[in-house]
Design a protein around this ligand. Structure first.
Ligand SMILES: Cc1cc2nc3c(=O)[nH]c(=O)nc-3n(C[C@H](O)[C@H](O)[C@H](O)COP(=O)(O)OP(=O)(O)OC[C@H]3O[C@@H](n4cnc5c(N)ncnc54)[C@H](O)[C@@H]3O)c2cc1C
Length: 416
């Protein structure tokens, strides 16, 4: 039976899936195959991980994690999920600066599409990569680090440069975080205070739909300092902010979502969902997401509210976050501070397909960049404008892969 992605809206065209247990075996698969594609945990909603050749998972490679506290980096297997990576790092007293909403996705797959969490000072997760080791198209093993010119293309690489085996990540000393959820304030208040709200914690997420008068929740994740004995220094947390009321921990769907206050380790607070849970709406969904200039975030949201009656019948919910600028060539946040507007759609593929061009036209004044792992309608003509280094990245990929081993329908659409 054909392999599918997590939400089962894509049936892959591949001829099969291999799961090598050693890097040598992986190298042999790559050398002996005309077309190959790395497959992560299949959480993308489009054909970015598809191929007409064979798909290869690196989840079973016999690799381990190691932490270097002198350089404050950790080298971890790229096929590990963020849950596995963060558990390993936490056990050694170090941490990542941020996580996406779910820890189920793989490190290599997540970073390849520009996956991000939230926070005005937090960049896309790929910005934490210091170096990657990958199997290149000729089957050899190569390492690219931040000092190399190619690195800017490879870190958010869309699977176009090879199969990542190990990733070296920047780490920080472990820290505590807490979550607070505020419920029911109006869109008017949120739009008037958007900058303040998004700056009000280390990581802030808004959950909303567009035609309602109220925003559903303001979700704040804050780092908590400790005294020299490791005891959390808890500052006063208001019960009401911007007209919204703070939820008690018991009111949250415990077990499925990560814990609200009290303070706990970063890896059990920064993602929204616990590793054991079925995240989001369990796959009965499609997703799209656009990054806009943070300075125009309120205008962009207001514009979408103008088409809320058309969007909301197909929407489970929208998530609004912020992402700091970076310098990675294909990062949707390259060169600008962003507000991101994510849509978790009901599984209404035809209706969503029809809506996306209108949403993109509505956001056009704010030069939206799409999330590479989600659904979007933009064509190459637009993408080369908003990703000025897109052709540089594709040229580099072609030079490293002269026979088009990693090429697939998704990359081909970007190239012509
Ligand atoms: C419920 C849900 C919640 C989500 N939440 C967020 C969120 O909070 N923030 C966000 O930004 N995105 C989010 N996403 C999107 C998701 O993070 C991206 O689609 C991500 O790419 C998925 O990673 P994956 O491991 O499933 O990769 P896949 O979808 O399997 O593959 C994605 C790309 O990575 C490449 N790849 C995978 N493994 C390797 C490897 N070893 N070497 C080289 N290339 C590789 C593939 O070839 C492909 O090009 C969410 C998705 C879902 C389903």
């Amino acid at each position: 039976m054909a392999e599918r992605n997590w939400s089962e809206n894509i049936e892959y065209r591949s001829s099969g899936l291999r799961s090598p247990s050693t890097v040598t075996e992986l190298q042999e698969i790559v050398s002996s195959s005309a077309k190959v594609k790395a497959l992560g945990t299949r959480h993308s909603f489009n054909r970015v991980a598809d191929t007409e050749g064979i798909q290869v998972s690196t989840a079973s490679l016999d690799l381990a994690a190691s932490v270097d506290t002198a350089t404050m980096t950790a080298t971890v297997p790229g096929g590990w999920t963020y849950a596995e990576v963060s558990t390993a790092l936490q056990s050694q007293g170090v941490a990542l600066r941020n996580l996406g909403s779910l820890p189920h996705i793989s490190l290599a797959g997540g970073t390849a599409t520009g996956t991000h969490g939230s926070g005005n000072t937090n960049q896309v997760l790929a910005a934490e990569i210091a170096a990657v080791e990958l199997v290149t198209a000729d089957g050899s093993l190569a390492t690219f680090d931040r000092s190399m010119s190619e690195f800017g293309a490879i870190a958010v690489g869309l699977g176009a440069f090879g199969i990542i085996t190990r990733v070296t990540l920047d780490v920080v000393p472990t820290y505590l975080a807490r979550q607070d959820l505020y419920k029911d304030t109006t869109w008017d208040v949120v739009l008037e205070n958007l900058e303040d709200i998004m700056a009000s914690a280390y990581s802030v997420n808004l959950h909303a739909d567009f035609s309602a008068t109220n925003v559903r929740t303001i979700w704040q994740k804050d780092r908590v300092e400790t005294n020299p004995d490791g005891v959390p220094i808890v500052s006063h947390v208001p019960d009401v902010r911007w007209g919204a009321t703070r939820l008690d921990a018991e009111e949250l769907d415990a077990g499925r979502t990560t814990t609200l206050a009290p303070e706990g380790p970063w890896n059990l607070r920064l993602a929204h969902f616990t590793p054991e849970s079925s995240p989001s709406v369990g796959g009965d969904e499609l997703q799209s997401e656009y990054f806009v200039d943070r300075a125009h975030g309120a205008n962009a949201l207001d514009a979408l509210r103008g088409m809320g009656d058309r969007i909301d019948p197909h929407l489970w919910g929208a998530e609004i976050r912020t992402v700091a600028a970076d310098t990675l060539w294909l990062s949707p946040a390259a060169g600008r501070e962003c507000l991101t507007i994510g849509f978790t759609w009901k599984k209404h593929p035809e209706e969503v397909k029809a809506l996306l061009p209108d949403i993109e036209a509505t956001l056009d004044p704010y030069a939206p960049t799409p999330h590479w792992g989600k659904l979007f309608a933009f064509e190459r003509d637009y993408l080369v404008d908003v990703f000025p280094r897109l052709d540089d990245a594709l040229d580099l990929a072609a030079s490293m892969d002269p026979t088009g081993k990693w090429m697939n329908s998704y990359l081909a659409k970007l190239a012509v």
